[in-house]
Design a protein around this ligand. Structure first.
Ligand SMILES: [Fe+2]
Ligand SMILES: [Fe+2]
Length: 475
């Protein structure tokens, strides 16, 4: 069985040792990465030993090795899923040709842009989450936060490897720039909007990992179809890690709901002020957080009509979610798809060429997947006998990107005027007061097995350890 080899600087399954130039380049980037981690990674965590899962290979025994480790000693490895020498491109204009092991000159700029945009989200989320450790609701949750943080760091490594290996000097410059942009920085922000938002508290963190890490799942799934084989193989492996991030979000919100429902039943009330006074988060606040994170996240899929999306697909750079399972011709010329626009104050559907609507196709796949988990959240309320249900807002609600940007819309999808928007906004999106209330609950609870009063304990621990296991040794 494979184990973690701490003498190996950069664990990998890409024969790094045989490519001295590349190895030296990556070993040159590594100290800058560690500096970045020390500067803007998890606040105050340097001496903690955290019960982390480390990937040491992609086989079933190797991809999840558990043990206590200091995070800056975590082995950020480079792992690609096993390749298939005969793999063929299965969509777009190159359908049926052999997958590429190197970057074709004519697609170089677009591929670099795709990899940089994906890579930029990984360190961004670590930056967004850096203060959360100071207000963890339990040692179990603290460990999950850190697990996500180190894996997002590894995802950055995965993209930096591709930049160094396949894009020469401009790849190396892009790899440096990935450590220089900072989430929320006025002068040098991260590339995408949602990755410059704050993640101020743990409810926001759970919503972020439920929705925004799920955006990651869909983007990675589309890239896992790529004709550029190294990108397809590395994103496939990243997806195995992403599943845990979404689990943290889904189970986190479930536990918040379980606690809120218990308080509502104890006090026999649905009055948000009474729920708050008892130290739980009222359902209205949870719904408003959901509305915010959902709308900000679906913007990440980009404009509903995009010539870039058509080019990326037709040239084989980026496929659709589960491309291989779809029964159409995988070329999509002459096909259409419905997108929304506002005409005479009403939302209407219109048919546009499907190739141009592939951002919308991916967004709609994401929406289906998100809604399924919200059904599981509602089961928690149903079981507790609470009649309220969480719902996702209409996809035109609170959009900043695409044809729906700037249109004022209720969560049900009704076009509203400025006056109604101003009057209702506080019912629809989190207010300064909501944030202040949630912030007031965020104390640090880190004794093994103890949990903050606003969240229920999980059903079980990590890697079959008990819930009160010492997941973090503070040293
Ligand atoms: Fe990631
Ligand atoms: Fe993630």
């Amino acid at each position: 069985m494979s184990t973690i080899n701490y003498s190996e600087k950069i664990p990998n399954n890409v024969n790094l040792g045989e490519d001295r130039t590349l190895q030296r380049a990556l070993e040159g980037w590594q100290p800058n990465f560690i500096n970045w981690w020390d500067d803007v990674g998890p606040d105050g965590s340097t001496n903690y030993e955290v019960y982390l899962r480390t990937a040491v290979s992609v086989d079933p025994q190797g991809w999840a090795q558990f043990g206590h480790v200091k995070m800056r000693d975590y082995r950020w490895g480079i792992f690609l899923n096993p390749g298939d020498a005969n793999r063929e491109i299965h969509f777009g204009d190159h359908k049926g040709e052999k997958a590429w092991q190197d970057v074709p000159g004519e697609h170089r700029a677009n591929l670099r842009r795709i990899i940089v945009t994906q890579g930029d989200t990984e360190p961004a989320s670590v930056e967004q989450q850096r203060h959360l450790g100071l207000t963890a609701p339990s040692m179990y949750d603290l460990r999950n936060l850190f697990q996500i943080n180190v894996e997002e760091g590894r995802h950055l490594w995965a993209m930096v490897y591709l930049l160094h290996k396949h894009f020469g000097r401009d790849g190396r410059e892009e790899a440096e720039a990935l450590l220089q942009r900072t989430s929320g920085d006025e002068n040098n922000p991260r590339i995408l909007g949602a990755f410059n938002e704050k993640t101020p508290d743990w409810l926001a963190f759970f919503m972020f990992t439920y929705f925004t890490d799920r955006d990651g799942k869909f983007q990675l799934s589309a890239l896992a179809e790529s004709a550029f084989d190294p990108l397809a193989r590395t994103t496939k492996f990243m997806l195995t890690e992403e599943a845990h991030h979404m689990f943290v979000g889904e189970s986190g919100v479930s536990r918040v709901l379980a606690r809120t429902a218990a308080v509502m039943n104890e006090l026999k009330t649905d009055d948000p002020q009474k729920v708050r006074a008892a130290g739980a988060i009222d359902l209205g606040t949870i719904q408003r957080y959901l509305n915010f994170h959902y709308s900000v996240t679906i913007d990440l899929f980009g404009a509903d009509q995009s010539s870039n999306a058509a080019i990326f697909y037709s040239s084989g750079l980026k496929g659709r979610y589960e491309e291989g399972k779809r029964g159409d011709d995988h070329v999509l010329k002459g096909q259409t798809y419905k997108v929304l626009e506002v005409r005479d104050g009403h939302l209407v559907e219109k048919d546009v060429p499907m190739l141009n609507a592939l951002n919308e196709v991916l967004r709609d796949d994401f929406i289906k997947d998100s809604v399924a988990g919200i059904g599981r959240w509602n089961k928690v309320l149903e079981k507790a006998g609470i009649p309220t249900r969480l719902v996702v807002p209409h996809k035109a609600f609170n959009r900043q990107i695409g044809a729906l940007a700037g249109i004022k819309m209720s969560p049900e999808g009704r076009v509203v005027n400025e006056a109604e928007w101003a009057a209702k906004k506080a019912e629809w999106l989190p207010t300064a007061e909501d944030f202040a209330f949630v912030a007031s609950l965020m104390g640090r609870v880190v004794d093994p097995g103890k949990f903050a009063g606003w969240i229920a304990p999980p059903v079980m621990g990590i890697n079959r350890q008990p819930v009160d296991f010492e997941y973090v040794r503070f040293g």
